[in-house]
Write a protein that binds this ligand. Structure first.
Ligand code: SAH
Ligand code: SF4
Ligand code: F3S
Length: 464
């Protein structure tokens, strides 16, 4: 291995929780003297932060570990770390199938990474805990964006959706204290952050385990008061717990964006019941109407599973009906994937792949049409856009997002508009997944943000 400071590289799979956990692992490694490797193949420590929400994750991980072994064979000093949800679920399998892995840690002991790396110099260090007792907030983070930050408000999940592996790998819900969240956000804003996304498996049950401290709507109000914070997003609210108090807070708080991700999963009451989602189609539709009535121009997005065991054509039609009725701006659509150990995996009526694929294609076709129509409705209007940087497809353009979370590519000839700036963009053309526009003259707001590239949550030390 080359001389000089040790380096690391992290590959992240899965959801925003994992992205944020990777930022925390990066923060701990940098606090311990590691620097980020330019080329993952050269890193002294290679971390895989894994996901197991659907089936193909397993085979992908072992493929990646096989490749990592070949690198390690050439550079025996390097160390391989596997963390995250798949590690939590399959600790023994990893040990057995990839004995060249140096460290395995789960979702409940992220903070142990530096210690386990240290121990691995004397032999493989595997540690999986069953539950997080206190919220692990005191970890430094190496943010991947200078102007956006993920902020965890709770970990784990107390629901029991029958298709879902998350409660088994993320444990019981543990909420973070409200004042800690506000303090973190204040320090992030002082560090140049203008947009935050609050993270929890079910943000609407936030705080129930804390007894008396702010619940989600109050938390939104407290964060809205943080001076300099332009945008608050959150993911995900569970429809069963999404109530009028949260909608009122969304409507009242200027910095809370006009976007709600409300996972439907299925439109048939029969399927929703077997999924144990604890709402009916009618109640879900009431909530969608409530949010539309209170927040003009709100964007609604969702998650939908196709091909849940026993799903009939009529059940599937009910899902299409809800999609037509709510008119989602976008939907993440998934083919049902059995997860060993979940209730649904043991149900009768698993559907042939061809049936699921046909339904999936029909759903995505319908949703594409609706997404396009929803986006067309924005043409001719001006939207506030938070600039994310040059467009990947066409670097002569800038890319950003509206408050409704729509991606916009636009001509931005003003040198002042750098990443993290807010500006007004007039929308000229719509596509199902993005908009095109130009900088609106006269209405531009150049709140330029000048920032250090690396931001660590202040006042936080590993294990503190
Ligand atoms: N806590 C979030 C969901 C996290 S998982 C919530 O309740 O909204 C993200 C999405 O993955 C889910 O909304 C669901 O649509 C999908 N998903 C979860 N388990 C799945 C499975 N076994 N097969 C297919 N999709 C699944
Ligand atoms: Fe999974 Fe349901 Fe919890 Fe979401 S609410 S993480 S889908 S069990
Ligand atoms: Fe997220 Fe995948 Fe874990 S979706 S919570 S990283 S199983």
């Amino acid at each position: 291995m080359s001389a000089g400071p040790p380096t690391y590289s992290i590959r992240t799979f899965g959801c925003q929780m994992n992205e944020h956990d990777s930022e925390r692992m990066a923060g701990m490694l940098e606090a311990g003297g590691y620097t980020r490797s330019q080329d993952p193949e050269d890193a002294s420590v290679l971390v895989f932060n894994t996901c197991c929400i659907r089936e193909n994750a397993d085979s992908r991980l072992y493929g990646n570990l096989g490749h990592a072994k070949r690198i390690k064979d050439e550079r025996p000093g390097m160390r391989i770390v596997v963390g995250g949800c798949l590690a939590q679920k399959d600790r023994h399998a990893i040990q057995r199938r990839a004995p060249w892995v140096d460290v395995v840690l789960g979702t409940h002991n992220l903070a142990s990474l530096p210690r386990l790396l240290e121990e691995s110099q004397r032999g493989a260090a595997f540690e999986i805990l069953e539950q997080t007792e206190v919220f692990p907030s005191a970890l430094p983070a190496r943010r991947s964006s200078p102007w956006h930050a993920w902020v965890s408000i709770s970990i784990g999940c107390n629901n029991a959706c029958t298709f879902c592996i998350v409660p088994a790998v993320r444990g019981k819900e543990v909420s973070r204290r409200g004042h800690e969240i506000v303090e973190e956000v204040e320090s992030l804003v002082a560090d140049g952050v203008v947009e935050i996304t609050l993270l929890g498996q079910n943000v609407n049950s936030y705080g129930r385990d804390l007894g008396g401290t702010p619940l989600f709507a109050e938390l939104l109000r407290a964060l809205d008061k943080v001076d300099g914070l332009e945008r608050i997003r959150f993911t995900s609210p569970h429809p069963k717990d999404f109530r009028a108090d949260t909608v009122a807070a969304m409507a009242e708080c200027n910095s809370v964006c006009e976007h709600i991700h409300l996972p439907l999963q299925a439109g048939s009451d029969r399927v929703l019941k077997v999924m144990k989602r604890a709402y009916t189609r009618a109640r879900y539709l009431d909530k969608a109407r409530m949010v539309r009535a209170a927040i003009p121009g709100v964007a609604i997005t969702t998650d939908i599973i196709v091909g849940f065991p026993g799903e009939t054509e009529d059940d599937f039609d009910a899902t299409l009906e809800v999609v037509r009725e709510v008119r989602y701006d976008a939907a993440y659509t998934f083919q049902y994937s059995p997860r060993p150990g979940t209730v649904a995996a043991g149900l009768p009526g698993h559907l042939p792949k061809a049936v699921v694929q046909r339904r999936y294609d029909r759903l995505t076709e319908l949703q594409e049409e609706i997404s396009l129509e929803q986006n067309q409705a924005t043409v001719g209007r001006t939207h506030e856009v938070l600039v994310e940087g040059p467009s990947k497809k066409d670097p002569s353009k800038l890319t950003g997002r509206t408050r409704t979370n729509k991606l916009v590519h636009f001509h931005g000839d003003e040198p002042d508009f750098s990443d993290g700036s807010l500006c007004d963009v007039a929308v000229d053309r719509a596509h199902p997944h993005f908009l095109e526009g130009h900088l609106a003259r006269g209405g531009t707001r150049s709140r330029r943000v000048s920032l250090p590239v690396v931001g660590a949550a202040r006042g936080c030390a590993p294990g503190a």
